[in-house]
Design a protein around this ligand. Structure first.
Ligand code: SF4
Length: 351
């Protein structure tokens, strides 16, 4: 019975794969209402009514890989390609910091240029940290452990590397010719180096209920401090272009299931899938970080939706705040965000 599973989650007893499946299968109406209600209650238990916000700087859209779902896969002529100069990246990060975000997310495709000159990445992280004094999340893809180590010393706090799924066959279909185990191992290495790790899953591309449930539970193996899911958006010029777009129900139930499984962790509500319109649903499903905030008119792209809501300014903090308040939430202070980081770092010491 769903009620018994929700009681178990309320008491923070470990959920098994059948429990998670039941949560993901909650029917629209009363059942989903109860699931989302509990997700918010658990969020409140650990975070009160505060949420956090991340500024996103997608500074290079070049990539050596050919992930079948990704707009920026190598060889896709449809995708806009750019590589920002360090001075531009630092300027954008500074603008984001002034707007009040809690963290700067520095993301790139696996750009062969930066992979050949990792010291340039290190310089970028150093300077962004010097100028903003904000925690930095890096998403450079699969890099050498020594590079991760240098980036950590330069000021990076978080390492984001999404598995997308913990089903190895499915992984092979998504992340064309990439190593499942190497990706997983790198997250464990990052933890050993002292990083907080963000894990991410994708849904809506033909993944099954069982695969979703298993993946949510399997993420625990890397002890993530932030867990996320995003709905697949078909991209022009990719092998998965013709896939039918799913509605966001799976994503919302996955956010809630993640909150029930990882009540004290951060869970993003990305603006990258549906823009501002989809924010409220995600917050009401238990998310507590707004990610993918992008300053307008800087020539930056999003990941899933390369243009959505960017140049009209709807991905800026000031635009999302009214919606945050409508959900009965408030933006946490920088000190509150630093406290979260500190607590997670202490947890790592005792792991
Ligand atoms: S998902 Fe990342 S690694 Fe894969 S093609 Fe896109 S940018 Fe490259």
């Amino acid at each position: 019975m769903l009620k018994d599973i929700l009681r178990k989650a309320y008491d923070e007893k470990p959920l098994d794969v059948n429990d998670v499946k039941q949560i993901l299968m909650a029917s629209q109406g009363e059942q989903q209402h109860e699931v989302f209600h509990l997700a918010r209650e658990l969020r409140e238990r650990y975070f009160g009514n505060k949420i956090f916000s991340y500024g996103f700087v997608y500074y290079s859209t070049h990539c050596r890989n050919k992930c079948n779902f990704c707009y920026y896969r190598r060889g896709n002529k449809e995708a806009p390609r750019y590589r920002k100069l360090k001075s531009d990246i630092v300027g954008i990060a500074w603008d984001l910091a002034r707007s009040g975000v809690h963290l700067i997310d520095l993301t790139m495709g696996e750009d062969p240029y930066f992979l050949a000159y990792p010291e340039k990445l290190v310089d970028i992280v150093k300077e962004v940290y010097d100028v903003t004094k904000l925690p930095i999340m890096i998403s450079p893809g699969v890099v050498e452990p020594q590079v991760l180590s240098s980036l950590k010393k330069a000021g990076a706090v978080w390492y984001a590397l999404y598995q997308e799924t913990y089903d190895q066959e499915l992984f092979a279909k998504l992340r064309y010719r990439q190593s499942y185990n190497k990706r997983l191992r790198l997250k464990k290495i990052a933890k050993d180096l002292g990083y907080l790790v963000e894990e991410g899953l994708m849904t809506g591309f033909g993944d099954t209920l069982g695969q979703r449930a298993e993946s949510i539970l399997s993420m625990e193996s890397i002890h993530p401090s932030q867990v996320r899911t995003m709905t697949f958006v078909p991209q022009k010029g990719t092998p998965m272009e013709g896939k039918i777009i799913n509605n966001n129900r799976n994503e919302l139930l996955m956010i809630a299931a993640m909150r029930l499984c990882y009540p004290d962790k951060l869970i993003p509500a990305s603006l990258d899938v549906e823009g501002l319109v989809g924010l409220k649903d995600r917050l009401n499903a238990g998310a507590n970080v707004i990610t993918s905030l992008i300053p307008p008119e800087e020539g930056l792209a999003g990941v899933s939706q390369s243009k959505l809501d960017i140049n009209n300014g709807s991905r800026s903090l000031i635009q999302v705040l009214p919606m945050v308040e409508e959900c009965g939430l408030r933006l946490g202070t920088q000190e509150e965000y630093q406290n979260f980081i500190y607590t997670e770092e202490q947890c790592m010491v005792t792991l």
